[in-house]
Design a protein. Sequence first.
Length: 580
Amino acid sequence: MTATAPREEQLWSRCAGCASLLYRKRLRRNLDVCPECGEHARLGAPERLRQLVDPGSLRPLADRLPEADPIDFVDVLPYPHRLTAARASTGLVEAVVCATATIGGHPVAMAVMDFRFLGGSLGCAVGELITRTAERALDERIPLVLVTASGGARMQEGVLSLMQMATVSQAIAALREAGLLTVSVLTDPTYGGVAASFATNTDLVLAESGARMGFAGPRVIRQVTGRALPEGFQTADFLLRHGQVDMVVQRRSLRGRLVALLAATHAGAPTRPSVPRQEPASHRERLAAADDAAALPPATPEADGTAAVRDAWDTVRMARHPGRPTTLDYLDSVFDGFVELHGDRLGADCPAIVGGVARLAGRHVMVIGHQKGHTTAELVARNFGMASPAGHRKALRLMRLAARLGLPVVTLVDTPGADPGVSAEEHGQAAAIAENILALTVLPTPVLAVITGEGGSGGALALAVADRVLMLENAVYSVISPEGCAAILWPDRSAAPQAARALRLRAPDLRRLGVVDEVVPEPPAAAHDDPAETALRLRAALLANLLPLLDVPPAMLVRLRRQRFRRFGATRAGQRAGVR
Ligand SMILES: [Zn+2]
């Protein structure tokens, strides 16, 4: 190695697309697009901002937040060590840079994600910073421009990172209500929780040439389906062909397009209108997990004898137990007069979501839930409770119908996650989930959610943005499956039990974090052992939580719901929730 080697590396770089050796300065002048093959290299947030905004107009927003390791997460490294390393290597405080600026003379608030920082993952700080940027846009009545680059939610912050999808979405909803433009620019790569929230629930979605966007990543889909993926799967052109983005834009045209869009939508000042990653597991693994869950040790009482708390991994197995009551079981045992409503009105009816009108102690409600099954045949027919985009759109239709009819919504959440499949991606899984999350943040009717079994990532949250969130004692709620988390961070799927503990996914943990309002106790041996007693307890909890909501005016409900999800930002996380 000679002394000139580092210098050589700075002067030249190799194109990831065509392997041409390119003069670094020439590449930068060409906006980091290869002059030979057109490959768009990934940009860090500072360089992205430099390319997009008017020179001298950038006003960075504060990016220092209280240090947060809300669940004291440790995999092979403590989370704070990973954060420190990311800061040292990027020079950034977090995975997003926020600012106000002008683009072609139009004032905007901007949040630009940086994939170099822990894969652009969405944690409490990132969610808080983007939310503040959106709130700044609202205060100043200017458009919001988001540039996304992310692998998804940040596993190391557990379910609190999942909550950020709701927090940011409701800020977007507020801009929508105020008649202010929101634009997202998808850059490579945009996946998971970011794709399934603010990357796709904005007014306009632009995809940079070469960007890939999806809910589930290609590796996961290949693993689950066991099939090769179609050519160009999840690329910008694929997204355009499947109606998921407004346009695909070359990097050199991006600024010009933004200027044109900002100018077009600025014609006439905005007026206030008259009136918010999938886990890798094959079907066979899911069936094996269900078998495994059928033989479980009893809960061991705590030393002080107060409560019997199961080990996190045992709880996961309990939550997946094939004998556990399903949504249709509860519709039979807890509710009366269920009338099932089918279809998304767009061409499909997803069997993994069931919904319809029913009565709870004589009151009419809309019930929507994931449906699993007790036998292999049922599980396969219901796709293991993993909803397709059609399922999410059916749920959305029923939520809106409930609001129109003045019916409260009760959701029963029991899903390993949203469907990780080729067709689901083609039909806009990310945007379907994102729209549900946003719609729930502003739905003008009471919403009560119960995590009854598995609360798996964005697929669960799409039914769980609610005024009150209840959780059965042996249910779990997590940003990622323990197996998926273990495969990525340890990296070894057999570390799933350790990952389950690190993720704080049990009901008592989530109650302490404020994600869950009330834990519904199960009979001593668990729900599957005494479904009738479980139903009685669930019914009592539903009534106790729903009745007070019925007296709250809808506008107040929405305001309080927003406050509930606003508080999961970094400030709260920084206070530490004292979970052990
Ligand atoms: Zn090239």
